[in-house]
Design a protein around this ligand. Structure first.
Ligand code: SF4
Length: 206
């Protein structure tokens, strides 16, 4: 006879699938997007790590695969993880602050649509009970999850990471456009990346 645990493990994936279908059918900010909505995310209720980035760029929008670009290559290098393991959604959930490509402005990709995170993150997060570490990549993810706990600059927020751990690990965006930031902040590579790798490895393998 099924016990309550069997019930939970059987029922949760179906509920989760329904939620994912709901997300994928979302049209809330369609009028502001340059293309028909195409939410790009990967998640499973067993995931231990949640990666919250900004929003898909054009290349990710076209492929439907998150972090499928030079920023993703650098993020995998930071985490010392192979592509195949990075995309194992049983361990790693990837849910950006804005799920659809917001378009491009004069100085690069536009910010994530502000409607998106409040609409979907609480619902998705409620279905990800095994998350032990959330990587907050870039200022939009940090603004949403840290709120007033965020420092004045991204560098200060990353430096203050121990205030947010073990739940959140704030990081800069690994975009090639941020190379100058990395150069100006050598402590990031020296101090933060080793800590990130240790923490990520420990949590992912639980
Ligand atoms: S960006 Fe978010 S809120 Fe807007 S249509 Fe896509 S999933 Fe919906």
């Amino acid at each position: 006879m099924a016990n309550s645990t069997d019930f939970i493990t059987r029922v949760r994936p179906a509920q989760f699938e329904r939620l994912l279908a709901e997300v994928r059918a979302c049209r809330i900010c369609e009028a502001h997007l340059p293309n028909p909505p195409r939410p790009v995310l990967r998640a499973s209720p067993t995931a231990r790590v949640l990666i919250v980035g900004q929003a898909p760029g054009r290349r990710v929008h076209e492929s439907g695969v998150p972090w499928n670009d030079p920023s993703g290559d650098l993020l995998r290098e930071w985490l010392r993880i192979e592509r195949e393991d990075f995309y194992d959604e049983r361990r790693i959930a990837i849910v950006p602050a804005g799920l659809c490509y917001p378009g491009t402005g004069d100085s690069g990709d536009l910010p994530p649509r502000p409607e998106c995170a409040p609409q979907w993150h609480p619902k998705l997060r409620a279905h990800l009970p095994a998350i032990r570490l959330t990587l907050l990549i870039g200022s939009y993810a940090q603004a949403y999850y840290l709120g007033s706990r965020r420092k004045k600059t991204l560098a200060e927020t990353v430096r203050a990471r121990d205030e947010y751990l073990p739940q959140f690990f704030p990081l800069p965006h690994p975009s090639p456009r941020n190379r100058l930031w990395m150069k100006k902040n050598p402590w990031f590579e020296r101090e933060v990346l080793p800590q990130l790798r240790r923490r990520f490895k420990a949590v992912r393998m639980i």
